[in-house]
Design a protein around this ligand. Structure first.
Ligand code: ZN
Length: 289
């Protein structure tokens, strides 16, 4: 199933709205995520998908969050075509609700570390941004990143809803950016709708489309484009083979001598690829040639 990212513009205000319900539910299924992991990874995947929609073709973005909390590293990646993948260090972390009745996402993610954004823009060096964690709830991490690393004032709100069976029933988010040349009136217009986007999950619950959300927030927005996004890992047996080759001959020989199947699991999508001793022998033969 494919999800949508709607992109709109009003003067110097650019708006991205993502519906990522299927994308995040696919991540939940692949990694057996418990709710707090679904929410933390789902929010990160959603923001990363929208940042992927900002790229040109052949470009790629990786977001790594190391907040220092029990979930461990959160990793998300997207290309410009909306192929999104990601994982969380420990998908089995279980937290209880905090005093507001919501899961303690900030605690599970942690607030002592940093967020790293690596954009491969097909330039000689990738662009790297490093920012401190804010509250571990993910939305403010991205807001802070845009302000400090990209010098683009932005409002970010992300939401993931998980039901009692741990199924992701809704996910999405919004990024509103003030483009170069924006004026005081643009700032005021965005500030006025901030209370509304803070409760973005309300839009998700109400199953609003991207266009409906944009039109509810602003008048006179031109919808530029609708892009697609889905959980799609580009791992393959060929890439796994390359990883085995990189181990070097000595390690491959010792794997062959054990005469057992070797299983390699992709961290991004939890898919396991099996290599028989014969497969390994063929890989070794490549090194011999
Ligand atoms: Zn994979």
């Amino acid at each position: 199933m494919t999800n949508k990212i709607t992109i709109g513009i009003k003067g110097n205000i650019r708006i991205y709205v993502a519906n990522t319900t299927e994308l995040v539910e696919t991540a939940r299924e692949k990694h057996n995520l418990l709710p707090v992991a679904s929410i933390a990874l789902g929010r990160t995947l959603t923001a990363t998908a929208m940042m992927g929609a900002m790229l040109k073709s052949d470009q790629n973005i990786v977001v790594i969050i190391n907040g220092g909390g029990p979930l461990g590293t959160i990793m998300a990646e997207s290309d410009a075509e909306g192929n999104v993948r990601g994982y969380v260090g420990d998908p089995t972390v279980h937290v209880t609700s905090n005093h507001t009745g919501k899961l303690a996402v900030g605690y599970a993610v942690g607030t002592s570390g940093s967020m790293q954004v690596i954009k491969d823009l097909n330039l000689r060096e990738p662009f790297t941004g490093n920012t401190q964690m804010v509250d571990g709830e993910i939305s403010k991490e991205f807001t802070y990143y845009f302000a400090t690393s990209e010098q683009t004032p932005s409002a970010v709100s992300l939401g993931v809803i998980v039901d009692e069976q741990n199924v992701v029933t809704g996910a999405g988010g919004i990024i509103i950016q003030l483009l170069p040349g924006h004026g005081e009136a643009d700032i005021e217009e965005v500030e006025a709708i901030l209370p509304k986007i803070e409760h973005f999950t309300k839009y998700i619950e109400d199953k609003k489309t991207g266009e409906e959300i944009i039109n509810d927030l602003f008048a006179g927005v031109k919808i530029l484009e609708t892009k697609t996004a889905k959980f799609n890992c580009k791992c393959s047996k060929e890439k796994m083979t390359a990883a085995i080759l990189a181990l070097g001959k000595a390690d491959i020989v010792s794997m062959i001598e054990k005469n057992e199947d070797v299983e390699i699991t992709c961290r991004y999508c939890s898919k396991t690829t099996k290599f028989t001793p014969q497969d390994l022998q063929e890989i070794k033969n490549k090194l011999d040639n």
